[in-house]
Each structure stands twice: as C-alpha cells, then as structure tokens.
Design a protein around this ligand. Sequence first.
Ligand code: SAH
Length: 221
Amino acid sequence: MTGDRHRDAVPASRKIRLVLDLRRKGVTDTRVLAAIERIPREKFVPDTFRDRAYEDTTLPIGHHQTISMPSVVARMSEALQVGERMKVLEVGTGSGYQAAVLATLCRRLYTIERHPPLAERAQGLLDALKITNVTTRIGDGMLGWPQQAPFDRIMVTAAADGRIPQNLVDQLGDGGLLVAPLEDAEGHQRLVRLRRDGHVLRREDLGPVRFVPLLPGVAGR
Ligand code: SAH
C-alpha cells in the first residue's frame, strides 16, 4: 500500500455499477452507455467530490453551477440520437462532462459557456483527455454559433424560460433534433425535443427535469 493510493483511478467497479444503474433507469443506447463508461467523470468534479463521481447525482462545480446527473446526461444524449458523422452544438459547457460524452458520439462538437473560468477549465480537461474534436467558446449560447450553423443536433443544458431561443431553432439543420429543458410560469421544468423537417417543427415532451437557468450575456461582463 503506497501513500499515493488516493491518487489512483476510481475503481472500475463503481463505473460498472453506474452503467447498470443507468440501464435499470431505462437507458438502452449502447453507444451512450459506452461513452459514459469511457469518460472519467471524476476529473470533471471538484476533488472534494471525487468519491461521489459515480453516484447518480448532480454536484457543485463553482459559480453556482452544477454538473448534471449521469442519468440525465445519458437520457439527453440518447434522446439526441447523435450519429458519428454529425456536427453538434451544446449550450452550457459547465464542467465539460456532457461535452466529453457528446464528443465521443459525434464528429465535431461546438460548446458555449457564459462563465469564462468554467469554459477555460473544461477546455483544459478535454485537452488533457486528448478529446480533440471539441471547440469551446466563451459567449452567450442563446445566440447560438452562427458561423458554424447549421447543426445536425443541438443540446441545451440550462433551462430556458418559456421558449427555446429562436437563434437556436434557426441554426438547426433540416432533419435536425434539438433537446432542451424548458421552464413554465410555475417554475416546472420539462425536457423537450424539437425536430425540424423543412419548415415544420415538431415538439415532443420527454418528462420532468431540473436544470440551472439559461441566462443571457457573458457572466461578469
Ligand atoms: N453540461 C454541463 C452542465 C451544465 S450546468 C456539464 O456537463 O457539466 C449549465 C451551464 O450552462 C452552466 O455552466 C451555466 O453557466 C451555463 N449557461 C447558462 N446560460 C448560458 C448561456 N446563455 N450561454 C452559455 N452558457 C450558459
């Protein structure tokens, strides 16, 4: 037993237990489950919470923000039906964990975060893990990323008030899917999926969720 034991990787059994838990909760997409098994969530949570990285729970990441629950990351990734040739936009990089999962499923991921220190930390973690198909940007994700539009898939990981920002809808390509939490006037949040077929937009309800709010502008500016 060396004194460095606490620096060792989190036991693989914890990851396997989490994947079994996700299966039990109804996640069936094997590409999503494999991505969750592959990405070291413990790197994306603060050191003090490292032991809890494979519990199905949200954890604080600073700036009053949280890393999403693994089951929500899995459910949203599954709902987005990401193909390996797709170009994907994520709004709300946060810790970068959902970005890392999406990046293993798609060709290229663009992700926007309004808190500069979170964006910088996430990009550093993705670089350290040699995940090279992600571009992180500090900005207001409500504006989308017009220079890179259209996107095959868009995921919003903060709750929009009432409606999905029009810029994001406009940047969704034909046949595209967008998944986002929406909050109603009573403060209840539902996960919705939007599908674009030409000019026709269809909306599905995917059940209740709990996210931090989608806010305008860059924090601290
Ligand atoms: N996907 C993240 C969880 C995100 S928490 C993860 O895997 O860890 C939601 C994030 O959305 C927060 O970091 C918050 O700062 C960010 N956010 C909220 N409104 C935003 C906006 N308009 N543009 C970009 N990021 C936003």
